[in-house]
Ligand binder design. Structure first.
Ligand code: FES
Length: 151
C-alpha cells in the first residue's frame, strides 16, 4: 500500500493505506485521532469538520491520497501551549454542549468562520453553521458562544 504523508496538528505523519480511504477513517481508525466524529460519512452532518490548510473541511469526503503534503488540523490541535482556543473557552462559558457528539465539528466550523469574519452577525452565523447538525438543538448557545468569542 502507498504511504501518504501530511501534517496533522503540526506533526508530520505518514500512513500506509489505500489512496481512496477517506481521511476520516485514517484519522480515527489508523491514527487514533477521534475528535472528528463519524456522523453520516457522506458530508452532510458536519460532525467530522476539521481544517485543511486553514479552511473548514469534512474529512469523510476526502480520500487520504488527496491530502499528501497538506496540513490537517483537528480539534485535538486547536489548543496551544498558552491554553484553550478562545472559541473553546467561549463554548465552556456558554455551556454549549449537551450530548457533545457534534461539538468538535461545531467548534472547528466556528473557528473557521471567525477567521474569515471576526464579527459575524446572527445571520452570518446561521449561514455558516447551518450545515453542522446538532440533534440536541444547541444552536442558540452555539450562536452565543460565537458572539462571545468574537468580542
Ligand atoms: Fe463527515 Fe457527517 S461524518 S459530514
Amino acid at each position: 500500500m502507498p504511504a501518504h504523508s501530511f501534517l496533522l496538528n503540526g506533526q508530520p505523519v505518514s500512513v500506509d493505506s489505500p489512496a481512496d480511504l477517506p481521511l476520516l477513517w485514517v484519522l480515527r481508525d489508523v491514527l487514533g485521532v477521534t475528535g472528528p466524529k463519524y456522523g453520516c460519512g457522506v458530508g452532510v452532518c458536519g460532525a467530522c469538520t476539521s481544517h485543511l490548510d486553514g479552511e473548514a473541511f469534512r474529512p469523510c469526503l476526502h480520500p487520504v491520497g488527496d491530502i499528501a503534503g497538506r496540513e490537517v488540523k483537528t480539534i485535538e490541535g486547536l489548543a496551544d501551549a498558552s491554553g484553550l482556543h478562545p472559541v473553546q473557552e467561549a463554548w465552556i462559558a456558554e455551556d454549549v454542549a449537551q450530548c457533545g457528539f457534534c461539538q468538535p465539528g461545531q467548534i472547528m466550523a466556528a473557528v473557521a468562520l471567525l477567521r474569515k469574519n471576526p464579527q459575524p452577525s446572527d445571520a452570518d452565523i446561521d449561514a455558516a453553521m447551518s450545515d453542522n447538525v446538532c440533534r440536541c438543538g444547541t444552536y442558540v448557545r452555539i450562536r452565543a458562544a460565537i458572539h462571545r468569542a468574537a468580542l
